[in-house]
Structures are given as structure tokens and as C-alpha cells.
Design a protein around this ligand. Structure first.
Ligand SMILES: [Zn+2]
Length: 346
């Protein structure tokens, strides 16, 4: 199966059941597709929206050729609305949801269905949730609203109670590898899995090979800064090529992995590691006593708690500046590296 217009193999069962419900005119007005991040929920939802609006469905698939399908491909279909994609982690505000209410109340351009998508719907702040409730409580004929979420628990209980929840499973490692093999060489697949921690996507559906190399550069720079082979300025330059929240998430994963592996003598139980064995031995060799090991680990744990706070702030609805948060983490990371090296010189 290809990415465009079709579901991924691991979501085929859900696809078939929703497509059959659509055919039988029993598709619920409001759906919530829930599952882990980076497994293709948004792409699934976009493909399904295409199916709902297609004028010439065949075998539960959109034709890809009718006027409606063409308009969707061009991004100009007036009966389809998608609130800003969830990849930027900014909160969904009440005005966005009002747009959706107006959309659901006006009449359809094509005289058929209308469909609205809310990606990562847990980003709605409380006034946005309340505004959505009104729309959910007064379902309009042939209007479908699809929410996706990787953090079901953060959605308000009242919204949760008014949508039909559908669990989207994550692909197995084999399914992910098969999927990536269509796009990447074997070496690229392994590297991608390492960076994505075994998921088929890293940073949204439009993730490209070029971005893969940006992630690789960022990881190298993070470790280079720890070993004082790179400056925080170089790290900042590498980080700039990623979305700030992605760089912060990477920081969390790399630092957590170092903390964990710093104590593990036997390697091998870490899946898709992003720090090489040599780098870990290098870090260990700089801690010459139990006391130094304890101190470095304490500093690393403190750093991780700063990263976690930054992640929390970004997810909150307080309109944070992710770039500033990232800059302060880079500064802290550089200091962590200096303390490791300085002690070693003494
Ligand atoms: Zn079509």
C-alpha cells in the first residue's frame, strides 16, 4: 500500500470497519482515533476524509480521480476542514474550534458530506473543548468530525464521552521495517529505526531523508558538546534545523539513554540505541571513582528534569517560546560537559 489515499497495513482492520460503516450509512458523527505518536494516525485520517468525500468510491477506497478527490489533493475542497496540524504542539484555541462550528453548520458545497479533522486534539485548551462540546451535542446531518490523539487522558472527560473511541494499534517492528524498506536502503532503515525508536515516522508525515540527516547531525553535536569537541554555538546551529520541540524531545531521549547506560556493564538490552558503545565507554572513562560517577549521574538527572519541565511547558496552553527553552537546555548541557571534562583534567 502506498502513503497516498490508502491506509497502512497495520491500520487496515480499522480502515475496513470504518469504510463499511460509511457504506452502510452508520458512520458515527464524531470519532476519536487514539494511539501512540508517530504511527500514521493523521495520514490515516486524511486518507479516510478523502474516502468520505469521494464521488466514486471503489472497494472501500477513494478513486483518486473524481473532482472531489482532485480538490482534496489540491487542498481546496470546501467541505473538508483540518485544524492546524498537531506537529507543532501549539494549543488549539477557541477561535479554531469556532471556525469548525461555522463549518459544520453551513450547507455543503457539493450537497454531500462534510468532514473536519482535529489532529492531536488533546491540545485543545478548556474553552476550545467547551466550544467543541456544543458542536458535538448538535450533530448535523452528514457532518463528520474526526479527532486524533496520542494522549487520550488529556482530553476533557465530556469530550471523551461524546466521541466514539477507536484504538489505533502501533505497527510491529517487522511491519515498520517492511514499510521503511520501500523508501530507504537497508542501512537507512536501521538508522531511521534508531532515530525513531522503532516507529515508522519521526516528525510528522512529511518527514524526509534530509530531516533524517538533521537528526543525525543533532545527535552527533549533542555528544560532541558533552565531550567538549563542539561548542554550544555549533549545537545551536544543529538544533536550529529541527523543530524546537523535536530537539527537546531528542535531548530527553539521549540524556536518559546515557544515564541508563552509564550504569549498565552488559550492553545489548537497549533497543535502537542512539549513543554508540564507544561513546558510552568514553563517558565512563571520564568518571574515575564511584563518587564521580554518582556526581555525574546526579547532574545528568538534574538536566533531564529540566528537559521534562520544558516538555511540560511546551504542552501546556501557556503559549511558551520553545526556542528559548531549547537555548537554555543547550547552555546547561554545555556546562554538564565542562564539568565532566574539567574533573577529568584535575
Ligand atoms: Zn474520488
Amino acid at each position: 500500500m502506498t502513503r497516498e489515499g490508502l491506509p497502512f497495513d497495520w491500520h487496515k482492520t480499522v480502515w475496513d470497519s470504518l469504510a463499511n460503516a460509511l457504506k452502510g450509512q452508520s458512520l458515527p458523527h464524531a470519532l476519536l482515533l487514539e494511539g501512540e505518536r508517530h504511527i500514521g494516525k493523521t495520514l490515516f485520517t486524511r486518507a479516510f476524509a478523502k474516502l468520505v468525500l469521494c464521488k466514486n468510491r471503489k472497494d472501500n477506497l477513494a478513486c483518486g480521480a473524481c473532482r472531489s478527490c482532485s480538490m482534496i489533493s489540491a487542498g481546496t475542497h470546501p467541505d473538508r476542514l483540518e485544524l492546524e496540524s498537531g506537529e507543532n504542539h501549539v494549543s488549539i484555541k477557541v477561535d479554531d474550534v469556532r471556525l469548525l462550528s461555522t463549518f459544520s453548520q453551513r450547507s455543503s458545497h457539493s450537497g454531500a458530506a462534510r468532514i473536519a479533522i482535529i489532529p492531536e486534539a488533546h491540545r485543545m485548551n478548556s474553552s476550545a473543548s467547551n466550544a467543541l462540546l456544543k458542536t458535538l451535542e448538535e450533530p448535523q446531518d452528514q457532518v463528520y468530525i474526526i479527532l486524533t490523539s496520542s494522549e487520550f487522558g488529556r482530553l476533557s472527560a465530556t469530550v471523551r464521552s461524546r466521541v466514539q473511541r477507536i484504538k489505533m494499534r502501533s505497527p510491529s517492528l517487522k511491519e515498520t521495517t517492511d514499510f521503511l524498506s520501500d523508501e530507504l536502503e537497508e542501512e537507512g532503515v536501521l538508522e531511521f529505526l534508531r532515530l525513531s525508536r522503532g516507529k515508522p515516522f519521526i516528525d510528522g508525515p512529511e518527514f524526509s531523508r534530509q530531516e533524517l540527516s538533521h537528526y543525525r547531525d543533532f545527535q552527533r553535536c549533542v555528544l560532541g558538546t558533552l565531550f567538549i569537541k563542539k561548542s554550544s554555538y555549533e549545537l545551536q546551529k544543529c538544533a536550529f534545523k529541527l523543530k524546537p520541540h523535536s530537539a527537546i524531545d531528542e535531548f530527553f531521549l539521549i540524556a536518559s539513554e546515557i544515564l541508563k547506560r552509564n550504569f549498565i556493564e552488559q550492553e545489548g538490552d537497549i533497543e535502537n540505541p542512539c549513543v554508540s558503545k564507544e561513546e558510552i565507554s568514553n563517558i565512563r572513562s571520564k568518571q574515575n571513582s564511584v563518587l564521580e560517577k554518582a556526581e555525574f549521574s546526579k547532574n545528568l538527572a538534574t538536566f533531564i528534569s529540566f528537559v521534562e519541565s520544558a516538555q511540560k511547558v511546551i504542552k501546556s496552553s501557556s503559549n511558551p517560546n520553545p526556542q528559548l527553552l531549547l537555548d537554555s537546555l543547550i547552555w546547561r548541557w554545555e556546562r554538564l560537559g565542562s564539568s565532566l571534562e574539567k574533573r577529568n583534567k584535575n
